[in-house]
Design a protein. Structure first.
Length: 464
């Protein structure tokens, strides 16, 4: 559910809802302007895909009032209903989607909200909005360590489809990996790998969920070869089907899955406790799912941190953002104020119809052939999103890792080259570490059959 709290500004004459309004969307600032000329402006400082202008029409005589949004610059339309409350505030639900495929919501309220049906509570007091953001964090000197370790991660790559138990149709494989392949990652200039692991497929089904020793040996070998090659390694709890991919579990309850995650990390932390804190990192969970939500994720990762600290007091840990690891959900995080050896991780794949073009499982099956020319119009929304992340980092005193970015390998190669080079350049400007997705299909930048890297992409990344 996405909830927005909007605040009206006193900005000249206010006829109905005409004027500027301010909102909290995923705890970030949104500005909505209803013009007297029938134009609507929507600016989300954290999420460029929800920044657009459009025509709007409001029927104030209807009960509830009806809002229609048309001819928007992002190609979406909208249909909403509004209700004025006794205290002067407004409640509104609005469905966004492709023109011709939008059904106006029938009822108003947060319980009716969904990914496309957004609930808005509009009030007059701007201070109510500002108080939600909280004060700027007082950052202690000890926070410098995590920033230093983040620079050690540098520009890296996801080592996918090796031990991650990928469940996507056509990619269900954990293919063998030669030591020379790992060394080649360092040879071409990457500084680190994010080792994507599906631990839950290699542990006992009953408490204490013991991890298979043979699987530990397989992971150990990859870690040891990578470290010997000079790569830093981030061990990631990647595909956990029940708490980051929403697959049903008919064996144990969701609460038991949460408990199992803690117990898996207890074992992993014990197993690697003697490895150097300078070069080995723990990545708690990939893309916590929407069903878990921010509140449960905050509770869960804080439990995991405490468990890991029992054996790894100096290990640097990576914490994902809630609701699928998005950049615009940073403000939902409730990080422990007594632990500053943490790096916050977000993923970035916008515009989605370009980066995931042709992939039906990612709801981008109809966008094959989309190109990215690297125009200023294409670059500006990305810069805006990453600027939001940078401001968050400075305000909260936490370093950021862009744990995934990339473009499916079936896209136009020139577009891939331009996009990947630009994203990494912008990440470096803001002192983000990064891990490109990925080493193997469907986003590969190295031909598995010939062993050849896609040289134009490597050149664009300026790894050396």
């Amino acid at each position: 559910m996405i909830t927005l709290i909007l605040v009206a500004a006193s900005c000249g004459r206010q006829d109905g809802i005409t004027g500027d309004w301010y909102a909290l969307h995923d705890k970030s600032i949104v500005t909505i302007s209803f013009g007297q000329d029938g134009m609507l402006g929507f600016y989300n400082e954290a999420f460029s895909s929800m920044t657009f202008s459009a025509h709007y029409a409001l029927d104030e005589e209807a009960n509830p009032m009806m809002l229609d949004i048309t001819e928007s610059t992002n190609g979406m339309g909208g249909a909403g209903i509004l209700r004025q409350n006794a205290d002067g505030s407004l409640d509104m639900n609005c469905v966004f989607g492709m023109p011709g495929m939008i059904e106006r919501p029938q009822e108003i309220g947060p319980e009716n909200a969904s990914m496309t049906n957004l609930y808005f509570h509009l009030v007059r007091d701007r201070k109510a909005l500002e108080s939600e953001l909280g004060p700027e964090v007082k950052v202690p000197a000890e926070a410098a360590l995590a920033f230093e370790r983040n620079r050690r991660l540098g520009a890296g790559i996801n080592l996918n489809a090796v031990v991650d138990g990928n469940l996507h149709p056509g990619y269900e494989r954990d293919a063998p990996l030669a030591d020379d392949e790992i060394r080649s990652i360092a040879d071409v200039g990457f500084q680190s790998i994010r080792l994507d692991v599906c631990w839950v497929k290699h542990c006992a089904q009953d408490r204490p969920y013991t991890i298979d020793p043979a699987f530990f040996e397989k992971v150990d070998h990859i870690v040891d070869v990578a470290l010997a090659a000079g790569l830093a390694v981030s061990i990631d709890q990647h595909y956990y089907p029940y708490i980051n991919m929403s697959y049903p579990d008919d064996q144990i309850s969701m609460d038991e899955n949460y408990e199992r995650l803690v117990m898996l990390w207890e074992q992993i932390a014990q197993h690697y406790k003697d490895y150097s804190d300078e070069t080995l990192f723990f990545d708690i969970l990939n893309e916590p799912n929407v069903e878990m939500g921010a509140e449960k994720w905050n509770w869960l990762f804080n439990r995991v941190i405490k468990k890991i600290r029992e054996t790894n007091p100096g290990r640097t840990l990576l914490i994902a953002t809630p609701n699928m690891g998005q950049s615009w959900t940073l403000n939902y995080l409730e990080l422990p104020q007594d632990d500053w050896n943490l790096i916050v991780q977000f993923h970035y794949y916008l515009p989605h119809t370009f980066t995931h073009q042709g992939l039906a499982y990612a709801m981008a099956g109809d966008s094959a052939g989309t190109v990215w020319n690297g125009t200023e119009e294409e670059k500006e929304p990305i810069r805006s999103d990453l600027d939001f992340c940078s401001r968050w980092s400075k305000r909260n005193g936490r370093p950021l890792n862009m744990g995934e970015y990339g473009v499916v390998n079936t896209a136009d190669e020139s577009s891939r080259v331009r996009y990947i080079g630009f994203i990494l350049e912008e990440a470096r400007k803001r002192d983000f570490s990064s891990h490109l997705w990925g080493y193997r299909e469907p986003f590969m930048i190295r031909d598995e059959k010939t062993g050849a890297w896609i040289t134009p992409i490597l050149d664009a990344m300026k790894l050396k």
